[in-house]
Design a protein around this ligand. Structure first.
Ligand SMILES: [Mn+2]
Length: 109
């Protein structure tokens, strides 16, 4: 877990990277990277950290998109979805035996 913009009394880290399967994943809530204005800053930070995947939140809009060599992953929100459909979403991540990772967005009906 990482600290969000409303987590005022927490020891959670603001961001970190982990290795999973074949990938290096950069985790951040995203509010420090202007994610409402796009993912350019997230991508730049991921590249600087040597990561190939970014997991973030903050927008409450689900996203699984491969751009500029970086996999961008946002599960959206179960409680306060903000994408057009306003359907609660989450992501299931599966790490395959060969180390590849698949992400799939699920909508809660
Ligand atoms: Mn937020």
């Amino acid at each position: 877990m990482v600290c969000g913009n409303n987590d005022f009394f927490t020891e959670l880290p603001g961001e970190f990277t982990i290795r999973e399967g074949k990938h290096i994943i950069f985790l951040t809530h995203g509010h420090g990277y202007s994610v409402y204005n796009g993912t350019d800053r997230l991508i730049r930070r991921a590249k600087a950290l040597g990561a190939d995947t970014v997991m973030f939140g903050h927008t409450h809009c689900p996203l699984v998109e491969y751009r500029e060599g970086i996999m961008l992953v946002n599960p959206g929100s179960i409680s306060l979805p903000r994408q057009q459909s306003r359907k609660p979403t989450y992501i299931r991540m599966s790490v395959e035996e060969d180390g590849e990772i698949n992400y799939r967005v699920y909508e809660v009906e």
